[in-house]
Structures are given as structure tokens and as C-alpha cells.
Design a protein around this ligand. Sequence first.
Ligand code: DMJ
Length: 534
Amino acid sequence: MAMFRRSRAPRRACILLMAAAWLLFCTYMFHGVLDVQLNISDNAGAQEVPPTERQCSGLFASFCERHVAQYRAEAVRQGMMHAWQGYKSYAWGADEIHPKSKTAKTDIMGGAGISGMGVSMVDALSTLKVMQLDQEFKEGRDWVVDKLNFERTTTVSFFETVIRILGGLAAAHDLSGDPQLGAKAQDLADRLLPAFDSAPTGIISNTVSLPLVQPDGGSGSSGLAEMGTNVLEFSSISSITGDDKYRRAAEKPLRAVHAANEHALMFEHVDRQTALETGSKRGVGAGTDSYYEYLIKYWVLGGRSDEHFRARWEAVVDDVLRKLIVSPPGWPFSFASDLQGDSLSPVLEHLRCFFPGSVALGVMSGAVQGPKAQLYLEFAANMTLACYQLYNSTASGLGAERISFDQQSGQLVISDERYWQRPEVIESIFYMWRATKDKRWRDMGWRMWRAIEKHARWEGGYSGALDVDAVPPESDDVSQSWFFAETLKYFYLLFSPDSALSLQDWVLNTEAHPLRVQSGRQRGSRAAVRLKRQ
Ligand code: DMJ
């Protein structure tokens, strides 16, 4: 029998060889990815964040990419924890933290902004929940339930109060299901609701008074973005309460504006009595921006059934493509500009950079199909790439507020060198990633995040900067509340799996607060647009 027994030696050698190969493979895969500690030090420039720029290729590329993304998402999550810790230690309950001097500020944006509402706290809640920072969410939630009230007599911006506070509370409710957060949101909505009763069109005034808005006669005009950015939030309050009056009140002025004005691409103001547009500039930037954003998002929020809003949005994008596109000479991208009379401005401002993301969302949601979807997504990719230059062209890697291009030579100039921690560029990069799954969007986002860690991190959190072209740039010592709500959230979602926040089920308001989609679950389409190799 012995002659038939096979020797075990070759089998053992084979197993050993396979184990060694596996070990080698693992070392190769995780080298520079998992072994890097996320101990990022405070103070600008003190220590560079490990790059993890390694290329994933070969058979296991997608496995490797998943791990790189996981690492990056965790880095951002730790950034949020750091910012929250700073707020908790030095500014608990205040509207804003000054992270370099470690001081607190209440009353942001002067007299007609919002104040005394723990703005950064409310803005942070939905980000904490999305990042599954449950203990931190509970701390914030308890403050909101126990301490936040709207009894103080104060003049506030209707727009800022709605997008940050009402949106923040509604999202915190939708994400957690906590009825006390829903009640807090309803309390604020009830105090704001009379604002829709002043003018026959339902157009609100830019500023209103709390604790309870009083009808004001409805004269003068309102900013397009200011009057047109509340239908998501009030509609969510209708879902929370089961009372349709909030949704109806917020829809009315939008329908009045659409009935009164033929142009889809509007001027910056509307008359409160007639709903007719006034002004001189047509564009999708400051003053008009989120009015356009809400056309498509309201369609998605309502289960993609109200054709009125979808059609108006499509007319806007068609007009943008026909009338507003600037292609700077020598650059591989173009962007939507502002039209004043007959002239297109060669300036690209950070605020306008939300637009390509919202177009990508429309395409993903199936608002347009076939060749038109392809055309829209190509435009969105082009403009997002242009917007990325706000970061890519500065010495610090932080994003400028404005750049412009010489119309003859194409030379890029930083025309406003402040960094305000704005979210719009990373927001569009996030939507482009979701729409195309081209990993270069993630790499761009990572470069931006590293610049923030390197140049904008302080013991008390993260700040803006005075000059993005200086190294190191001087801090402005302000942590904007939207940094908590939007900037950190978009970075995190960019590196997270889609399941971290499904765009089938959630719509992010203009302050990036996720509101639950109300009905219908039609599948979207993912048109394939690849970035051009440069
Ligand atoms: C945010 O408050 C919102 O995104 C708003 O729509 C525009 N401005 C800021 C961020 O830049």
C-alpha cells in the first residue's frame, strides 16, 4: 500500500507558496493605505496629511480603490469630530466658532442674518447623523430640544433661517425619526408661515421678524433666490405634520413667478405684487442660484411626478446652454457665466459652482433622457472641471472665491483670493462622482481635502483664509456654519459608498440637509461621461 501513498511535501509547499503570495499581495495592497495613522496635527502647515495617492490597478483595482476611499472617508469623519470637539469646547450653543482664537460668536451676518439659534449646532446635526456619530448627534439633539427656542424678538433673513434652521431641524427629524425634533421644526415653520400672506403673489419679504412673522403689506421686490428657496423645507414640514398647508403656501409664489414670466432664466429680483422680474443680469450665480436648484430638487422630492417643475428646470438648462456658456481659450472646459445686456462675464465665482451638480442630479434622476441627458452631463462635467480650478490654480490648494479668464489669452487670474469654506465645488464633484463613477472626481476631492487639513486646521476646528495664493495663508478665524452642514458632508459622501445616503431616497436642500423623498421610487439613469484625459 505504501507505494500508493502520495507524499504530502508538494502539497504543503504549494500551500506555503500560496500563503506567501497572499501575504505579499496584502502588503502590496495595504501599503500606504491602512498602515497610515490618521493623527493629523493642528495648526496650518505643521504636518502634511499622508497622500494615499497610490494608483490602484490590475485584477484587484476595485478592491484597492474601496480601501483607499474608506481611508479618505474616515479622514473626513475625523475632521468632523475635530470640528465638533472645538465647537463643543469653545462655543457650545453659540452660532459660530472662531477656531483659531478659540472664541464664540452669536449673531452672524449682522442685523438681518440669523442669531441666537445655535446655528452651527443645528447645521451640524444632519452631518453627524450621516457620519453615524451617534453620541455627538445626541449631544446636539439634546441641546436643540432643551435649549433652542424662537421666542426672542429679532429680525432675521427668511432665506437663511429656512435653509439652515428649518432645513436642519427637518433633516435631523427625517434622519432620526425623533418626534421632538419634528415638533421643533413645526414650531419654527408656524412662526414663519404668515410671511407668505403679505403679498397677493405669496412672495415673501427678504427679512422678517420673529417670534412671529407679521404681514407687512407686500410691497417692493424680493431676491429670486431668497423668495424661491423654501419649498423643499415647507413641503417636508407638511410630510412631518400631515398638514398640506405648508407645502401649498410655499408652492404658490413659485407658480405665480412662473405664470408671470416667460423667461426661464430670470433676472435677480421679482416684484412682490405682480411677480414680474426686475434687474439686469441673467445667470445662475449669487442672488438667483438656489431658486434654480430647487426646481429640480422639488421635482425629485415629490416623487418625480410634478411635470411643472421638471419642465421649468429643463427650460432653464436649455437656456443656460444656449446663452451663457463661456469657453476660455486654451482650457479644456467651459462654464455658465452671467449675461448683462449682450456681454458674458469671464468671471467664475464659487457660488455658481453648485449648478453642474444640480444638472448631474437631474440627469441621474431621469429628468431628461437619451442624447439630451448625455449633453447635460457633458456640460456638468465641463463646468465642474472649470470650478475645480478655483482650488487647483492657487498656491495653497484652498479654493478662491472668484477666478477670471482673459478673453484673448485665456490666462487665469485669481480675482477674489478669500477662502470661505464654501461647499459648491465639492458638492458638484460629489454629484459627478455619483453620476459617472469616474475615480478622478474622488482624487480631485482628496487633493482639496488635504489642502484644508494642511492650511485651515486649528485647535478649535477649521477656518477660512484671507489669501489662498499665500503659503501659508493667513486664517480669517471664522468657521462657517455651512462648513459643518455642507462642506464636510459632501467630502464624506464623495468617499463613502452610495448606501451612506441614497439619492433615490433623499434630497439635500441647499444647505445639504437631507430631506426624505416623499413618494415614488423611479429608477434613475447613469449616463456614462468620462473625463477627457489631459
Ligand atoms: C450656503 O448657505 C448655501 O449653500 C446657499 O445656498 C449659498 N451659500 C452658502 C454656501 O456658500
